[in-house]
Design a protein around this ligand. Structure first.
Ligand SMILES: [Zn+2]
Length: 289
């Protein structure tokens, strides 16, 4: 999918990496030994304990994330899970591996990080990452880990935001990291170039709703820490926008005509204030129906 401004605009990858270099990291204590670091790319989930820290995702910058991790406990980082292949969740793989973290990810995360990968909507081609930054513990089906006294279930979404998304659910504490299948209060990106799909995003949203209860703490890939009712709102927004855009496309309207019809107008005030505005989201949805 071509973005008309892509040739001249700075890639959002550059903008986001630059912003992360100076962003403050906010540490949120959740339950038990679980915390979230917010402010460097995607949210980072941290479980501390004597088996070593377990991280879900890395954020972008080393120094601030390293300081925030040190503020939680003295446990070394031993385990890192990549929720999917995107840079704002994996840029820290190399340094975290260098201090002792074994990296676990879906096989498609390893695949996309291993080769040059273009994201047309971001006007950016990611070079292959260094060998030390590649996940070495590869999962293809759901798996359960036992670390720091926690039962940690990793579940593969299949095609959703990409083709590499996995959730990480901490059973005893009733906390789930749902990767970029939830952008809490924000329109999500859908990366069709690496196997994402709109209907897969909706299926993932349904699975998240089914997999949580009123007490569950939900860690989104982007946006504030949330709960089940926000998963439901997000699912309902996806379904409603899909229906509006699909109806217009069925009438034979071109992508630009659909964008001009503003099918997201009722939703933009709530969801369109972050990286992806209503027009961009409409283009993403148009490509998926
Ligand atoms: Zn992502």
């Amino acid at each position: 999918m071509k973005n008309a401004d892509a040739a001249t605009a700075e890639s959002p990858v550059i903008t986001i990496r630059n912003a992360a270099a100076t962003a403050k990291i906010i540490v949120h204590k959740l339950r038990g030994n679980l915390s979230v670091l917010e402010g460097s790319g995607g949210n980072i989930t941290v479980l501390t304990g004597r088996d070593g820290k377990v991280l879900v995702d890395t954020g972008i910058t080393r120094p601030r994330v390293e300081d925030a991790l040190a503020s939680l406990s003295d446990d070394p980082v031993k385990h890192l899970i990549n929720s999917h292949w995107h840079f704002d969740h994996t840029d820290g793989n190399e340094w975290l591996h260098s201090i002792g973290a074994e990296i676990t990810a879906h096989q498609n995360t390893r695949k996309h990080l291993s080769v040059a990968t273009r994201v047309e909507d971001w006007n950016f081609t990611f070079p292959p990452v260094p060998a030390d930054a590649l996940p070495t513990k590869i999962i293809t089906i759901d798996e359960t880990l036992h670390l720091n006294g926690a039962t940690l279930e990793l579940k593969c979404y299949g095609s959703a935001h990409t083709d590499s998304d996995i959730s990480a659910q901490f059973q005893e504490d009733n906390v789930i990291s749902v990767a970029d299948t939830l952008w809490n209060g924000q329109y999500p990106f859908i990366d069709y170039g690496t196997g994402g799909s709109l209907d897969g995003m909706i299926r993932a949203a349904e699975a998240n709703v089914a997999n949580t209860d009123d007490e569950t703490i939900v860690i989104p890939g982007h946006g504030p820490i949330g709960n089940k009712s926000q998963l439901i709102e997000f699912r309902d927004m996806l379904v409603a926008v899909r229906e509006k855009v699909a109806n217009l496309k069925k009438q034979g309207r071109s992508r630009d005509e659909v964008v001009a019809a503003k099918p997201t107008a009722d939703y933009d005030a709530k969801w369109g204030g972050f990286v992806i505005n209503g027009d961009f989201f409409t283009k993403l949805v148009y490509a998926g129906v």
